[in-house]
Design a binder for this molecule. Structure first.
Ligand SMILES: NC(=O)c1ccc[n+]([C@@H]2O[C@H](COP(=O)([O-])OP(=O)(O)OC[C@H]3O[C@@H](n4cnc5c(N)ncnc54)[C@H](O)[C@@H]3O)[C@@H](O)[C@H]2O)c1
Length: 701
């Protein structure tokens, strides 16, 4: 890619129109930076040129740095130099922000002398989400434009703002309805006519005055922002960089920003976050998918079952503008489901995160019915009825009869064999699993389950749907529990054993939270309800002695005010309960187990390593295509801390030799065969390699 290809420069009325054209997102890689530098140099050189308008083609002004260049030696000009040159040009440059201006893209716009945005433009500095900070002057220039308070919020959370807010804050000079480029040239003409030296953002000091006058202000603003970020280094460094904008001269502030950036870019947290950024994009790529496969067109959806999952899935479609029909077996279940959807939306409205009229628009896209003939309407049909194979097969026979040819037919089953469900139809090539996570309108993970006869274009369609409704799709194979729940199951088994051997629920939960999960397994169990698993175990004839004992005592979790913990009325805060301790100690005794003190280290290892081991088996069986797909599943579906990069990435950092040794130790001392290291884990450990060394493999079908 040459600079000339990615930067288009045209002359217009004695000024330049500079267009960034580096699809898909105008990432500021070396070719684009060189092209921009050449355009700015021309502007400086040719005295007849009075200024320039800088814009992007497509939906992006620019999404910022080319992340694949991080951690490598980057070629000149670097973005900070480019922006410094632009800011000092002495001729006005207007940023015409046509779409998203993120990270380095926004920093480039901050270096321009004027900014005008299209109404749909969004602006943000999301570097913190990759464990970084804006390293091209963003932390020094943004507070000068919009003040310390709002700049800190944008930089520490990474959340973007829209054009209207940007105008109110002074981040842009204007919002242009209609012809953005025309409006940008008028702004340029006005500036030229006034004949003043183009204003440099670096010189603007007035919005820093409040923080300069009050030395405690930054910490007071930062405290609540940092609290939500769990002591990670990047958000703290963001605050320090903004502090430098206030306390140091501009050039010194820039130096401080560069220093802090250099520390972060080499931090394990940022490396892990960047790993997930790339892994997320890979997880929906099939190595065996022919290049010419295209997704089918999807305009309408049908969901069967208006329960917890069906309701959330329908909301996901409605939230992204896709009309959806929900079918349930009777009016009572249907009405209950629809009422719950409305209630869920109302909670969001009352929290201020959704406008009431937007709620009505979304609700208007959801149609409830008990009339199965609407099956013919769906380009995609998603089944979310009770978890019973016979029932699901019966439903799929009906779908087969009524759905239109070419419709994608998906089941949301969490445990059943998708092949057996597909076999109930005459078109198994159209059938796959779309495994959403609860609450389905919130959780981003979507496991797409490829069955043995699923066609490539059906998979491509499921991926496209997932992306369209804001999910992160990961394609997996058929097995009990698929990838996520199958691994979770190993953790759950160890958690229960730890209680029997000597730990209490709060010990286990604390270790898991200290590792970085938002919640431990027992608090999570109480939230989800313990009775579900109890019923499944009773049906299967299996046991989980402590969970069973709690259920027998009527402790089903939060919904009954008691489970592994007790709950005050109306509160979701788990409180350790002596009654639970009594039940646990009694159960250990009844089973003849001598309780012992268990260290936090042992708890953590037994919560994490058996899952990694199961991940290795999943790779052996080709249920997952890549180790990094497993990481994506755990980060987006189960709250694995993103700054630890997912279980398989984490395993590579610890070293597979160490993990293998600990698993062997536990398998032997606890006499637990499920903890025997998987063959793949042992082989890689012996070779001194990590999971990341494995090549991508097609899913076994
Ligand atoms: N709850 C979870 O966390 C979760 C997560 C992922 C997947 N799943 C899977 O999603 C599916 C649904 O689970 P759920 O938690 O929403 O269950 P649910 O009990 O809340 O809802 C099931 C709904 O299906 C309806 N239904 C039952 N038989 C029907 C029929 N013959 N025709 C039409 N509708 C019928 C019921 O009336 C009910 O409204 C299950 O396969 C489950 O394994 C659940």
């Amino acid at each position: 890619m040459t600079s000339a290809n990615v930067v288009k420069v045209t002359e217009r009325d004695g000024a330049l129109l500079i267009e960034m054209d580096n699809p898909p997102v105008n990432a500021l890689g070396i070719a684009l930076r060189r092209g921009l530098m050449a355009a700015f140099e021309r502007l400086a050189r040719e005295s007849a040129l009075k200024g320039a308008v800088l814009t992007g083609t497509g939906r992006f002004f620019s999404a910022g740095a080319d992340i694949s260049e991080f951690g490598k030696t980057r070629e000149n000009p670097l973005l900070p130099e480019l922006i410094a040159f632009l800011e000092d040009l002495g001729k006005p440059v207007v940023a015409a922000i046509n779409g998203q201006a993120l990270g380095g893209g926004l920093e480039l716009a901050l270096g321009c002398h004027y900014r005008i945005a299209a109404p749909a433009a969004r602006m943000g500095l999301p570097e913190v989400k990759l464990g970084l900070l804006p390293g091209a002057g963003g932390t020094q220039r943004l507070p000068r434009l919009i003040g310390v308070e709002r700049a800190l919020a944008m930089i520490v959370t990474g959340e973007p703002i829209d054009a209207a807010e940007a105008k109110t804050l002074g981040l842009v000079d204007d919002v242009a309805e209609g012809d953005l480029i025309g409006a940008a040239f008028r702004l340029l003409e006005g500036a030229v006519a006034r004949g003043v030296r183009p204003p440099r953002t670096r010189d603007r000091e007035e919005k820093l005055a409040a923080a300069r006058a009050d030395s405690g202000l930054i910490d007071r603003i930062a405290e609540p922002l940092l609290k939500r970020q769990r002591g990670l280094p990047a958000p703290r460094a963001c605050v320090e960089a903004v502090r430098a904008a206030v306390t140091l001269p501009f050039e010194e502030g820039l130096k401080r920003e560069v220093e802090l950036f250099a520390q972060l870019v080499n931090s394990p947290e940022s490396k892990a976050q960047r790993h997930i950024f790339f892994a997320e994009r890979e997880a929906a790529k099939l190595p065996d998918m022919p290049a010419d496969v295209r997704p089918r067109e999807v305009n309408k959806a049908v969901v069967i079952g208006a329960g917890t999952m069906g309701g959330g899935i329908a909301m996901s479609f409605a939230n992204f503008g896709i009309p959806v029909w929900i079918i349930d077996q009777d009016h009572e279940s249907l009405d209950r489901g629809l009422a719950r959807i409305r209630e869920n939306y109302q909670i969001t409205v009352s929290r201020g995160s959704l406008a009431a009229d937007e709620m009505e628009k979304r609700l208007a896209r959801i149609h409830g019915t008990t009339d199965w003939s609407v099956l013919a309407e769906g380009d995609v049909v998603i089944e979310a009825v009770f978890e019973e194979l016979d029932l699901k097969q019966r439903i799929f026979r009906m779908i087969d009869e009524k759905a239109r040819p070419g419709a994608l037919l998906a089941t949301n089953t969490s445990t059943l064999d998708v092949n057996k469900i597909a076999a109930a139809t005459s078109r198994p090539e159209d059938v796959l699993g779309m495994h959403f996570f609860s609450p389905a309108n919130v959780m981003r993970l979507l496991e797409i389950v490829r069955a043995s006869k699923t066609s490539f274009d059906a998979i491509a369609t499921a991926i496209a749907i997932g992306r369209r409704i804001g999910k992160v799709p990961a394609v997996v194979g058929v097995c009990d529990g698929f990838v996520g729940n199958r691994m979770l199951h190993r953790r759950t088994a160890q958690a229960e054993r730890l209680l029997l051997e000597g730990a209490l629920p709060q010990d286990v939960d604390q270790a898991v939270v200290a590792f970085g999960f938002p919640m431990g397994p027992f608090a999570m169990g109480d939230l989800a309800g313990l009775d579900v698993g109890w019923r499944i175990r009773k049906a299967r004839g299996t046991k989980a002695p402590i969970s069973d004992a709690l259920c027998e005592a009527g402790r089903f979790g939060q919904k009954t005010g008691a489970g592994y913990y007790r709950y005050e009325k109306g509160s979701r805060t788990p409180i350790p309960d002596p009654e639970v301790e009594r039940i646990i100690i009694e159960t250990s005794k009844r089973l003849g187990i001598t309780r012992r003190p268990i260290s936090a280290e042992e708890i953590t290892e037994r919560m994490i390593y058996p899952m990694i081991n199961e991940g290795a088996r999943i790779l052996e069986e080709r249920i997952a295509m890549r180790a990094s797909d497993i990481d994506v599943i755990w980060v987006y579906g189960y709250g694995w801390p993103v700054w630890r990069g997912g279980p398989m990435y984490y395993a590579d950092q610890v070293g597979l030799g160490q993990i293998e040794a600990r698993l062997k130790h536990y398998a032997e001392t606890l006499n637990d065969e499920t903890l025997r290291p998987a063959a793949l884990l042992s082989r890689l450990a012996a070779e001194g390699k990590g999971f990341s060394s494995l090549p991508v493999q097609p899913i076994a079908i």
